[in-house]
Design a protein around this ligand. Structure first.
Ligand SMILES: NC(=O)c1ccc[n+]([C@@H]2O[C@H](COP(=O)([O-])OP(=O)(O)OC[C@H]3O[C@@H](n4cnc5c(N)ncnc54)[C@H](O)[C@@H]3O)[C@@H](O)[C@H]2O)c1
Length: 335
């Protein structure tokens, strides 16, 4: 069975997913695309020989579409996810699932009322080989119970439109999801500390930021977000357990020795760092649709991450520790 996919939003990541579904994933085909910029949708459709439809609602209602990919702007996601659930169609939604907790709850309720998981959220780090190995080590018990996590998220530079809240909403959300998944534990409190600002970028931007999280079982996580570090894209994560530690490998590249120095490259962009993870994310999403049972990040994960993200933004502004107020996790989502 081929999974016929409709894509809403043919911007940067939408085009990349269309290419991925067409060139990388077997058993899936893009049968329609749309964008509020009709010209952009037509160009994206023509590149893979498919149809451009006028609106997202047309994509969801299209009888040829089995599953929907939502890659439009964040504030439009919840509406398309809810409409997909109403149509009984699988929907892959790039982060964020919703931009308000209320919309996140509406999605949880609609999916439970439908009676089967239909929604997957695009937290692609769960498909990264390094994080998967780290989770295997933690789950095996070989480093004992986890006590601490040290995380780093650095970008070379960001544009002037990037503002301080985005360090949480656009950047740290990936760590917020991955630490919950690695530890199989929920974040219950969050705090942002504002170090001295780098002079290399904009006056309006608090950069770097130090974020501190606490989980229900008492694990403490520190996350440095530094989005104008100048030297490259650098993701680090180390878990400290009772009897050992486990850390992510650096991306593999050759080591060069010359002129009395030796060294390797640092990636400049998130795309090559997580390209293989994005590919596997779609391979596994399509396989799970064909098996009739989704296995990836759920709408509960999307809801929880947005509530934790809101609490973290609150702390960025107040400087205080903010407790995270999540609804009880429904049994439907393994609660
Ligand atoms: N998982 C990740 O690491 C990752 C990476 C990049 C982007 N994203 C997420 O993907 C989404 C898209 O990001 P992007 O960088 O591709 O943005 P983009 O601006 O390049 O593309 C978004 C596209 O959506 C279209 N659009 C906006 N509203 C629409 C609507 N109502 N209906 C149809 N089309 C609409 C826009 O015209 C644009 O072409 C964002 O939510 C972003 O956070 C996730």
């Amino acid at each position: 069975m081929t999974v016929h996919i409709g894509v809403i939003g043919t911007g940067m990541i939408g085009q990349d997913h269309i290419r991925r579904i067409t060139d990388v994933v077997t058993g899936a085909e893009v049968v329609a695309v749309t964008d509020v910029d009709a010209e952009r949708a037509k160009e994206a459709a023509d590149r893979v020989g498919t149809r451009a439809l006028p609106t997202g609602q047309d994509i969801i209602a299209d009888p040829l579409v089995d599953a929907v990919v939502v890659t439009s702007w964040g504030p439009t996601h919840a509406e398309y996810v809810l409409a997909s659930i109403e149509a009984g169609k699988y929907v892959f939604c790039e982060k964020p699932l919703a931009t308000t907790a209320e919309d996140g709850l509406r999605i949880l309720e609609a999916e439970q009322a439908f009676g089967k998981r239909l929604v997957q959220v695009g937290f692609m780090r769960r498909y990264d080989a390094g994080y998967r190995s780290m989770k295997r080590v933690i789950d095996s018990g070989e480093i004992g119970a986890p006590l601490l996590l040290h995380c780093v998220h650095r970008n070379a530079t960001v544009p002037e439109t990037y503002h301080s809240d985005m360090a949480v909403q656009d950047t740290a959300v990936h760590e917020i999801d991955i630490v919950r998944w690695l530890l199989d534990d929920e974040i219950v409190a969050t705090q942002v500390i504002r170090p001295r600002k780098t002079s290399k970028r904009f006056e309006h931007l608090q950069d770097p930021q130090l974020m501190l999280f606490e989980t229900a079982s008492g694990v403490r996580i520190d996350l440095e977000v530094f989005v104008n570090c100048q030297y490259g894209y650098d993701i680090q994560c180390e878990t400290v357990g009772e009897t050992g530690t486990v850390r992510l490998p650096d991306p593999a590249d050759v080591w060069v020795r010359r002129a009395a120095r030796h060294g390797t490259t640092v990636l400049q962009d998130w795309r090559p760092r997580f390209a293989a993870a994005f590919d596997l994310e779609f391979v596994e999403w399509v396989a799970s649709i064909r098996n009739g049972q989704l296995t990836g990040p759920s709408s509960w994960d999307g809801y929880a991450v947005s509530v934790i993200s809101d609490a973290t933004v609150e702390s960025l502004h107040s400087g205080r520790v903010v407790s995270v107020q999540l609804k009880d996790r429904p049994a439907f989502y393994g609660g």
